[in-house]
Every structure is written in C-alpha cells, then in structure tokens.
Design a protein around this ligand. Structure first.
Ligand SMILES: [Fe+2]
Length: 403
C-alpha cells in the first residue's frame, strides 16, 4: 500500500463534511501524496462509492452552508419547531431530515419529537433495535465491558489479546455493556488521567484500536453519557457507529438483543458503586428482570420469559451466577485502576467472557451454556503509548512546555 492509512483518513474527513480540495491539501502534508488533484478526486469518488454509499451527506456547497446555519440555530436554541425552521431556512422538510441524519452521524444527539427538533443534553436517542435472533440454534459470543478508550489506564493490549482468543474460539459477536469511552469530567481530576480529552479524540482512538473481526453490540454507559451532558449534546456512540460498520449502537442504560429464537440477552449499565456484598446489585437486577417478565406475561405482552442472560457493566468487577433461568454476569473491564478507584479502595478485574449457548440441548426452561472468563492480571503501565490514536495529525505534536 503506497499511502497507508489514507483510506481511513479520507473516510473520516468526508463524514466530517470536509471539501475534497482541503482533504487533498492535508493528504500531501500528512501522507506525502504525490499525485495530481484530478487523480485524488477519482480516489475520493471510489472511497465514497465503496465505503460511504449509505452515509448521509450534504452534497452541494449551498447544502453545507444551510446545514451549518441549521446547526448554529439548534446549538443556540436547543429546541426548534420543524415547520418554523423550514420557513426560516427556506428548505423543504426532506432537506431538514437530510441535515439531521448528517449531523447525527457526527455525534450530535438530535431527537425529533412530534413537530419539534431537539438538540438533547439530557436524553440519549434509542439505538436501532435488533428484531431477528442473531443465530438459529447455537451461538458463541464474547463480552468486553467498560473499555474506557481515552483513559491512560485503558488496557488496549489485553483487549487485543482477548480478541485474538475470541477469534480462535470462533466468536462472531461481541457485546459491550457500556463505557466505550472514558468520557469527560466524570470524576474530579479525570482530565489528568486521559490521553484523549475531547469526544472526537476518544472516538478516533476507538475507531483505530477496537479490534476488528466481530459484530459489536454496544450499550452506552455513564462515561459515554458525559459527552451528551457536558459536551453539548454529543453522543459518541452515533459518531463511532457512522465510521465503523461493525459497531451497532443499541441504546443507553438497558437494552435487549435476541440472540437465539426465544432467548434474549439484556445488557445493563447500572448506576452506583460496588456494594459491600459483591453480588448484591447483580442479584437485585436479576430479580427486577424476573418481576418485569412476570408483569409482561400478566399483561399479555409476551407469553413466556425470554431473558436468559444479563450482562452488567459499570462496576468493573467479575462474577457470575445462574439465578433460576437467568445467567447473571458482572463483566469486568479493560481499564486498570484509576485514582477514583484508588480513593474507593477498589481494584478492577481486567478481562472478558466467552460464552457458548446451545438451544438444541435445551431442556424445558434451562438452556445449556458454557462460560469462561479470561482474566489479564498484569497491568501494563501507559499501554496507550503503544498505539496510534489519531486519524488526523495533531497541529501540536509535542509537549507545549518541558519542565
Ligand atoms: Fe466503566
């Protein structure tokens, strides 16, 4: 490959709405691109056709300038009336929907509620629900929770080692019950413990370093949510999903995925700290699922219980137990001990699960499964320094001051 990394760079810039001429200028500097602008235009067209054909885009200069105007209005007012904004920008509703899709792909949490368009600082939009079971009779999946890309404690090497084991075991699906990104200002002093501060920087790190070869089903966690709350309504899940076709955002806090016929998986990112009794929160969460299933059966919403797996994130601890017909799992993490955990006197468990479930051997309500947790006890100091985290070259590439 003559210009390694150029495809990702061009894809990234196109999704951000940068002009081909400007991308070309940057490509000359960053990738020593040595061909003419016309050749580069053909290259960009091929990237669009092969990789970004389903991506919403603002095609003309006029569209892009209208888009910028729309975004500025939305940032200022937070809520606008759909009909009024059409009149104000002299656009038809289709154009407005095009702009909404375009900016949602950049991470803006824009929600349409009846005739209102809202830039949300509070509520995250729901991810795309999965309706069809992932497999028919048997499934093998991995679980990698609380990755915390952006944190200096992120254990990327161990995540990659775990992914390698998953590949060898035939894992096709990977579930992430929250906290893909480290987030912003989640605890006092966090800004000193991240290698990537902004949402865009953390997203780039995910895009470049999340191991490939799996279909990811990802729940947003409280650290991801911090960018919606404190980052001007930016949802990193939307932006990463737009740039990684293997990344499926399924919502925040709690979401279900059907994995086999009649068998659902619940992903949960609860709030609160690690309880005195390690298993307490997991037990309570499973209890609540059982109540909810019973209520749905009583109301004829469903005819029998279907949730057989609970994957719980957030606590960064590992434990599992079969509660009746529900296998509850606290899923560990891929982040070492931060100053926040030190203050709490907690030590995280770094690692992930591989689970195999088989419907063919099903006996009544009990389903056969095999679960193994792969633990990585050796902490790698400053592991983030072993990897590249930026698609775009930073303008300042060395420390500002040396003390
Ligand atoms: Fe977390």
């Amino acid at each position: 490959m003559k210009y390694p990394g150029l495809i990702d760079f061009v894809k990234f810039k196109l999704i951000k709405g940068v002009d081909t001429k400007d991308i070309y200028d940057d490509a000359i500097v960053q990738f020593a691109y040595d061909k003419g602008i016309e050749t580069f235009r053909k290259y960009v067209s091929a990237v669009k056709k092969n990789y970004l054909k389903d991506q919403p885009s603002l095609k003309t200069k006029k569209d892009r300038s209208k888009g910028e105007e729309f975004l500025e209005i939305l940032k200022k007012r937070k809520v606008v009336n759909g009909n009024e904004i059409c009149d104000e920008l002299k656009c038809n509703p289709d154009k407005i929907f095009e702009m909404i899709d375009y900016y949602r792909n950049q991470g803006y949490e824009i929600i349409c509620e009846q005739d209102r368009i809202i830039l949300s600082h509070v509520i995250a939009s729901e991810g795309i629900p999965i309706h069809q079971p992932l497999e028919d009779t048997e499934i093998i999946f991995g679980v990698a929770s609380d990755l915390h890309f952006g944190s200096k404690e992120c254990q990327i090497t161990h995540l990659k080692e775990f992914a390698e084991i998953c590949r060898k075991k035939g894992v096709k699906y990977m579930f992430v019950p929250g906290d893909v990104c480290a987030g912003y200002n989640v605890y006092p002093g966090q800004q000193f413990e991240v290698y990537a501060l902004s949402a865009e920087e953390q997203e780039e790190s995910v895009i470049l370093n999340l191991p490939e070869g799996f279909e990811y089903y990802v729940l947003g966690g409280n650290h991801d949510y911090s960018f919606i709350k404190r980052g001007g309504g930016h949802n990193p899940m939307l932006s990463i999903e737009a740039q990684r076709s293997d990344f499926h955002y399924i919502g925040f806090d709690d979401a279900d995925v059907p994995i086999l016929p009649g068998v659902d998986m619940k992903l949960l990112h609860p709030s609160g700290g690690v309880p005195y009794s390690y298993s307490y929160r997991l037990q309570k969460n499973v209890e609540q699922i059982a109540y909810s299933e019973l209520a749905k059966i009583s109301r004829n919403v469903k005819d029998k219980p279907s949730i057989r797996f609970l994957l719980s994130g957030h606590l960064h601890i590992q434990l599992q137990s079969l509660f009746g017909t529900i296998l509850g799992m606290q899923c560990g993490c891929f982040e070492g001990q931060t100053s926040y955990l030190k203050r709490k006197g907690l030590y995280p468990t770094v690692g992930g699960y591989i689970v195999q479930a088989d419907m063919r051997k099903r006996d009544g309500m009990i389903m056969n499964f095999d679960t193994k947790f792969y633990v990585f006890p050796d902490h790698i100091e400053d592991d983030w320094k072993n990897y590249n985290h930026t698609i775009t070259k930073p303008k300042i590439d060395k420390p500002l001051f040396n003390y």
